[in-house]
Ligand binder design. Structure first.
Ligand code: GPK
Length: 806
């Protein structure tokens, strides 16, 4: 039964009394938030149980999405929306003198991921549930999420993210579902009494994996799926082995922290154990459930279970499934292999060589001896089979175990039936360059699934002013089916609609301006273009190119204060991996340029730089609705897809981009006239690589504008960056500008000038903005997961979508 406003108020008060023996008037924000959370959770707990029963009773095939990162952010408003309670809750709270938006801020961001990859996993969780698809997440419950970022003297400082302090209202600890995971020690094979070869474990450590489940609430469809995150504990049987505090700590640290690297390999012992820990626990619990609940022979597993390997971190799914099927279920190797390949599928998220995960044989053997034995066998059989079909070289290059290392991407491709990229261009590059060898061997396994974003969160929830205008103009169907945003195309010349959308943007900009003032003490005007670059700090994403352009504008203005240009606020949000020195140098330089430019009275507020600290999901939700320009300026071929590009267009920002990742598809969606494209194409980048004819020094010598900009880093123009400025300069000149910033600089400047002109024509600009919103619907993760469901996972949605409202 739907909860009306009066019932809502009554129940909130009642629960508060029960839980805290307190009246609303005396409760703290945290207490009210916890109570509200419990109320919301109670509203979906029946549906959660029913969903599970439905899947079991109907013997529905389910997908398990294995990911070492999930980045859900806050869940209160999203759960309220999906339960159809958002408006009621808002009104009820208002009656009680509570503002829902500020109450929602009490919730700590669940930041169990680094960036795009983890956020994609969470958008998928939302969409899988909202499409009524039987799917669950499987990951790690880190005690500490991604570090909190502060700036001290312009430098990044990292602080621990103690997100569990104050409790987590959404999770349910399920001790009865715990499983044991074995690591370390030695394993040898011996015949048992029946003459079967069985692994014997010696001196291994047993870890207890305890699951914490979180309901993934579907949009108004009574479907609640499960995100299962594992936490390590010491099993009772092992208690006496852990007498020392030191020993206990070591073990308990296994799920303490998330590795803070993004798009980079992390070759550390704990990381490998983390990977095995959540893979083994997840697969064991799937098999246990299957045997107990589905009751079919293990040989039919692939008809009921699909496992997705999100990037290579969970690639051990392949040997772990083999271990269970062969060692425990006693299937033949051939049969086990056939099942494993049918069950598994894999997504590649990057072509950056340094991100391709490899582990030394030695470490693998010491840490996971049985896994290593099984991978050796997979490798040997692979070589044997492929030698008959393909040239020796090709087979050698594609082996799993090669040159003293275990190649996780090779394992994932060989051990699964599907490998997909995350945007058309990326998937093409995988086939033609990065994984070309595998494409020759398994042409049918390769496919594309362009990323998408959870549109309910990234438009309805974060951008109410725009959503209200859309409701008035095109009706409300877009809220369920984002394809209907297309209806807006009928209003591209309607002055009234354009003006209303402009007003909504203005409201969002004012809200962000208020936040900026509070967070950084910088005053910005909403008349200025809000030019946004938000993503992890990485050389290939080229935040530095953005800065070079800003310095150019600064120098132009210093030289001629009468230069005509729109006011601009350059907004950055980015964390650098703590060990990524060069990225941190760029942060320092942006911060020092900000200090210089923001305080220069000659500049007179015509350009401003705002680097907002601690970029995360919640901050993205504040920035994105207020953006005018979306900077997607990675070197072509390097960004697999990007997803902030999609969120920003959906909120009416105009994209300024290279033809990289999903930017190509955004251009196709909005047309050349409604996007600003610049820079080398991926083809041209590869031509440079092949001919090796790029000389940054030459550009510096010949281009006076670039020379002046770069000199600003070493001649004291930008103060306080003696070492950092030199490092930037050297990376571009001495080390020949790995990401072709200087090559793309002129065309970037030109595109920025075009944007400057376009913004001056309000109607023209608003029309572009409208066209972007109208065409954002195609990047819904609902669509993306439907494609995965049909083509890869072979799962079907729940038959009925009957909602409480009928
Ligand atoms: C890719 F390889 C990785 C990684 O380790 N972390 C990460 O966030 C990103 N990614 C890509 O860089 C983005 O282009 C892409 O949109 C995102 O994954 C989701 O596919």
């Amino acid at each position: 039964m739907a909860l009306d406003k009066e019932m809502f108020k009554k129940e909130l008060r009642q629960r508060l009394r029960e839980n805290y023996a307190m009246e609303l008037e005396d409760a703290s924000e945290q207490e009210i938030f916890n109570t509200l959370g419990a109320l919301v959770k109670a509203r979906y707990s029946d549906a959660w149980g029913d969903t599970w029963k439905y899947y079991v009773n109907k013997k529905k095939k389910q997908v398990y999405y294995f990911s070492i990162e999930f980045l859900p952010g806050r869940m209160l408003k999203s759960n309220l929306l999906n339960l159809g309670m958002l408006d009621t809750a808002r009104e009820a709270l208002t009656d009680l003198g509570i503002d829902l938006d500020s109450l929602a801020e009490v919730e700590k961001d669940m930041a169990l991921g680094n960036g795009g990859l983890g956020r994609l996993a969470s958008c998928f969780m939302d969409s899988i549930a909202s499409c009524g698809l039987p799917g669950n997440g499987n990951g790690i419950r880190y005690d500490y999420g991604l570090f909190k970022q502060r700036f001290v003297d312009g430098y990044q400082v990292e602080l621990p993210d103690e997100w569990l302090q104050g409790g987590n209202i959404w999770e349910v600890r399920r001790e009865s579902k715990a499983v044991d995971v074995r690591v370390g020690g030695h394993v040898y094979l011996a015949e048992n009494s029946e003459g079967k070869l069985k692994p014997i474990y010696e001196n291994e450590r047993v870890l207890r994996a305890v699951p914490y489940d979180t309901g993934m609430v579907g949009f108004e469809n009574n479907v609640v799926n499960t995100l299962r995150l594992w936490s390590v504990e010491i099993p009772d049987s092992e208690e006496d082995k852990y007498q020392s505090i030191q020993g206990r700590r070591e073990l308990e640290d296994l799920t303490a922290v998330l590795y803070p690297d993004d798009s980079n390999e992390q070759g550390r012992l704990i990381r490998l154990t983390q990977e095995y820990f959540f893979v083994s626990a997840g697969i064991q619990s799937i098999i246990r459930r299957y045997k107990k609940r589905i009751g079919q022979p293990i040989s039919k597993l692939s008809e009921y279970v699909s496992i997705h390997i999100n990037d290579t971190h969970p690639a051990l799914c392949v040997p772990e499934m083999m271990r269970i099927l062969v060692d425990e279920e006693e299937l033949s190797w051939e049969q086990a292999w056939d099942i494993t390949v049918k069950v598994m599928s894999y997504t590649n998220h990057t072509i950056m060589a340094e991100a391709l995960e490899k582990w030394s044989i030695d470490l693998m053997r010491r840490t996971l001896p049985r896994m290593y034995q099984i991978m050796e066998e997979i490798d040997a059989r692979y070589v044997q089979t492929m030698r008959e079909l393909h040239p020796h070289d090709l087979v050698e290059r594609t082996r799993i175990i090669r040159n003293g290392q275990v190649h996780m991407a090779h394992l994932a491709i060989i051990g699964s039936h599907s490998t997909n990229g995350v945007a058309k261009l990326h998937s093409d590059l995988i086939k033609s360059v990065v994984l070309h060898d595998f494409y020759i061997i398994y042409p049918d396994r390769f496919n594309n699934k362009t990323n998408g974003v959870a549109q309910r969160r990234w438009s309805q929830i974060v951008n109410e002013p725009m959503s209200n205008v859309l409701d008035d103009v095109i009706g409300k169907t877009w809220r369920k089916d984002s394809g209907d945003l297309k209806l807006l195309m009928n209003y591209q010349s309607d002055q009234v609609v354009l003006e209303r959308l402009a007003e909504a943007k203005k409201v969002n900009k004012q809200k962000l301006a208020d936040y900026i003032l509070e967070a950084t003490d910088i005053n910005v005007s909403t008349d200025a273009i809000f030019d946004v670059q938000i993503k992890r700090l990485h050389a290939y994403k080229r935040q530095l190119l953005n800065l070079l352009h800003i310095i150019k504008l600064y120098q132009d203005l210093k030289e001629n204060p009468n230069v005509a240009m729109q006011k601009r606020v350059f907004i950055f949000g980015a964390k650098a991996a703590p060990s990524y020195h060069y990225a941190k140098v760029i942060i320092k330089c942006i911060n020092e340029a900000a200090r210089l430019i923001n305080n220069d009275s000659d500049i007179n507020d015509r350009i401003k730089i705002v680097f907002l600290p601690n970029y995360n999901v919640s901050l993205a939700e504040k920035i994105i609705p207020a953006a005018d320009v979306s900077e997607q300026i990675s070197l072509a071929s390097k960004e697999a897809s990007g997803t902030s590009n999609m969120k920003l267009m959906l909120n009416g920002a105009i994209t300024l981009a290279t033809l990289d990742g999903a930017n190509v598809e955004i251009r196709d969606a909005v047309g050349d006239d409604n996007i600003y494209i610049f820079g080398l194409t991926e083809k041209e980048v590869y031509e440079y690589y092949e001919n090796q004819e790029y000389t940054a020094q030459k550009i510096y010598d010949e281009n006076a504008v670039i020379r002046r900009v770069l000199n600003a880093f070493i001649d004291g123009t930008i103060p306080n960056i003696v070492y950092e400025g030199r490092e930037i300069f050297d990376s571009l000149i001495k080390y020949n500008d790995e990401y072709f910033l200087l090559r793309d600089f002129d065309s970037y400047v030109k595109a920025q000038e075009d944007i400057d002109k376009a913004y001056g024509d309000r109607t023209f600009w608003q029309k572009m903005s409208l066209i972007n919103i109208a065409n954002g619907g195609r990047f819904s993760s609902d669509e993306t997961v439907r494609r995965y469901a049909e083509d890869i996972w072979k799962i079907e949605p729940k038959d009925s979508f009957v909602t409480e409202k009928g």
